[in-house]
Design a protein. Structure first.
Length: 221
């Protein structure tokens, strides 16, 4: 039976790559996008629901399908206000998980970050950790939390500090082996492929998928 996928964050780097893959994947007959603005030039198998994702519950009746892919995330430079930052990085994924649970969706995947820890004193890590904790509280049958290190690739917006960070990572990554492998930067295309592989797999029992496993899952499927 063909599936219906829900994507949040399809306008972002990883979400956009994920959308392209799902469009060309014959296992999916329908893709639902929930976003603030409309994407142009999409095929008929894609339906878009436009509105304020901070009020995601308004879409409850339309939030139906087989799998949810949550690629929502912001940055300090884009969202310096901590309250708004938390509403986006914590509030939207948790609201999506609650809707998925309420509507009987049994597969939920969300992008978090390496170092996520609800008890951390670092705001970013703490926010991601609290998001993971509250998503898991929904007890969705098949939940996967992806924890990439720095995500590679080119984004539409300019992120000077992040670009510098990527350059540094390119230089030092050859020294990442053993326990340090998980700190290697993550290819966004690998991330998108891994999410689809996990969503359609019956063999993965791990809930938290770190960056070193993301590439392995992509290669082995």
């Amino acid at each position: 039976m063909k599936k219906t996928a829900i994507i949040l964050g399809a306008s972002g780097l990883t979400g956009g790559l994920l959308l392209d893959l799902l469009i060309n994947d014959d296992r999916y007959e329908s893709i639902k996008l929930f976003s603030r603005s409309k994407l142009e030039g999409l095929p008929s198998k894609v339906t878009q629901f436009i509105g304020d994702l901070l009020e995601l519950k308004q879409f409850k009746n339309d939030f139906t399908g087989d799998q949810v892919f949550c690629c929502i995330g912001t940055t300090k430079s884009k969202t310096p206000d901590k309250d708004l930052y938390k509403k986006i990085d914590h509030g939207i994924p948790v609201s999506a998980a609650k809707l998925a649970k309420a509507n009987g969706i049994e597969t939920f995947l969300v992008i978090s970050a390496l170092g996520a820890d609800a008890k951390s004193s670092v705001f970013y890590n703490k926010t991601k950790g609290e998001m993971e904790r509250d998503v898991l509280k929904q007890d969705i049958k098949k939940t996967f939390i992806l924890q990439p290190s720095l995500i590679g690739g080119d984004r539409k917006e300019s992120r000077t500090l992040e670009a510098i960070g990527k350059d540094v990572f390119i230089v030092i990554q050859p020294f990442f082996f053993g326990k340090l492998k998980k700190y290697k930067s993550t290819d966004p295309k690998n991330m998108a492929k891994a999410m689809i592989n996990l969503a359609n797999s019956t063999s993965y029992s791990e809930v938290v998928i770190t960056s070193d496993d993301i590439k392995r899952i992509t290669i082995n499927n």
